[in-house]
Design a protein around this ligand. Structure first.
Ligand SMILES: *[C@@H]1O[C@H](CO)[C@@H](O)[C@H](O)[C@H]1NC(C)=O
Ligand SMILES: *[C@@H]1O[C@H](CO)[C@@H](O)[C@H](O)[C@H]1NC(C)=O
Ligand SMILES: *[C@@H]1O[C@H](CO)[C@@H](O)[C@H](O)[C@H]1NC(C)=O
Ligand SMILES: *[C@@H]1O[C@H](CO)[C@@H](O)[C@H](O)[C@H]1NC(C)=O
Length: 329
């Protein structure tokens, strides 16, 4: 259908409207905040939004830790950032969010080398992954997008509390508004008939859990000086299409190039939420285009406090948090 001429023209017109909308709605972060003496971790910092976020922090004088899965890519990004900013206080840490042991090893390393943490940007994420189970017995996409980053965040809370005022920034997505979550089994693979749809809903589930957990964490941290906010970066050209079928990837990459935000534009809200003095103390909010945004009505579920507590309790079990670690929260 889409390939007949009128359909094709319609798609192009819609994309042009999207492009124009994005160009006018993209807000740039103009904060003057200096980050000398501060330390930031950015996950998935070797490319895209994460890279531009880390680059910006380095320009502001921060010590920046690039938390990436691939060591070579992280090294490359590190050298590029140092070259562009003249700030050599940039370091890398290898972490694979699909492994709880890897997250724990990364945190151990951080605690050996760092005595403070002012900003944690949970940026890494995957979009489309088939139904697989990790070595930890969890749904691969749920672990990559949710359980792994959650464990990271919880294990770093004591360091963040020591460095208040500190900020946790979560890069989320509006893709998360189509979930079909089984709150009794967060790892259940959603059966949608078509695999691509199942993957989409699974992604939505991971984002819903993230939002629920973030809200609950914001409640638990209220008054501690650690703020937690999430954001939608807009429609951005990133490597997030990595996992999708090849032919779809080729087509979507062309469209992404033409019509979507650049990674630098996409990083603006992350930077704003991480550094802006305008939002000191603001917590548990959702941002878009450098301002607080309303969650669309279809994400009512994300505001459900009872569901949030249930998901929190389940999550603590799935990520195998020890009693000792719970006490530090
Ligand atoms: C690196 O950054 C940290 C934290 O911002 C700071 O304490 C340290 O002095 C910096 N090191 C160098 C070599 O600039
Ligand atoms: C998904 O994977 C799990 C565990 O490997 C399996 O039990 C389940 O049947 C799979 N679901 C579908 C729809 O393929
Ligand atoms: C967002 O933050 C929450 C709570 O701090 C964390 O559990 C969650 O995994 C984060 N999300 C992402 C995508 O990293
Ligand atoms: C959970 O943590 C405990 C204590 O750290 C450990 O003994 C146990 O093996 C862990 N279980 C899993 C499934 O990782």
């Amino acid at each position: 259908m889409v390939f007949c001429l009128p359909g094709f023209i319609l798609v192009i017109i819609l994309l042009l409207i999207l492009k124009i909308f994005q160009k006018f709605s993209t807000a740039w972060d103009h904060s003057q905040t200096c980050l000398v003496g501060k330390t930031a971790i950015v996950t998935g910092a070797n490319t895209g939004i994460g890279y531009h976020t880390a680059l910006d922090f380095a320009k502001r004088g921060a010590r920046v830790i690039l938390a990436c899965r691939n060591k070579e890519k992280a090294e490359k990004a590190k050298h590029k950032i140092i070259e562009q900013t003249g700030n050599s206080n940039v370091t890398i840490g290898v972490v694979d969010f699909a492994s709880l042991a890897s997250v724990r090893a990364f945190v151990r390393q951080i605690k050996e080398t760092e005595d403070r943490l002012d900003i944690l940007v949970n940026n890494a994420g995957a979009l489309s992954i088939p139904n697989c189970t990790t070595d930890d017995g969890l749904n691969l996409l749920m672990q990559t997008n949710y359980f792994g980053p959650t464990l990271l965040t919880l294990l770093l809370i004591d360091l963040l509390k020591k460095s208040t005022p500190s900020r946790i920034v979560n890069v989320s997505s509006i893709g998360g508004h189509l979930p079909k979550l089984d709150s009794n089994d967060l790892n259940a693979w959603p059966r949608m008939g078509i695999d691509l749809f199942s993957r989409g809903v699974n992604y939505g589930n991971s984002k819903l859990c993230t939002t629920l957990f973030t809200n609950e964490l914001a409640r638990r941290l209220s008054g501690s000086g650690v703020t937690v906010n999430s954001l939608h970066p807009g429609f951005v050209k990133t490597e997030i299409t990595r996992g999708i079928p090849y032919i779809l990837k080729v087509i979507s990459d062309v469209f992404l190039d033409l019509f979507f935000k650049s990674p630098e534009e996409g990083a603006q809200t992350s930077i704003y939420v991480a550094v802006s003095k305008d939002i000191e103390g603001v917590t548990g909010e959702y941002f878009e285009n450098c301002k607080i945004a309303w969650l669309p009505p279809m994400s009512q579920l994300a505001r459900d406090e009872k569901l949030a507590r249930k998901v929190w309790d389940k999550t603590e079990k799935y990520i195998n948090l020890t009693a000792e670690e719970k006490r530090l929260l």
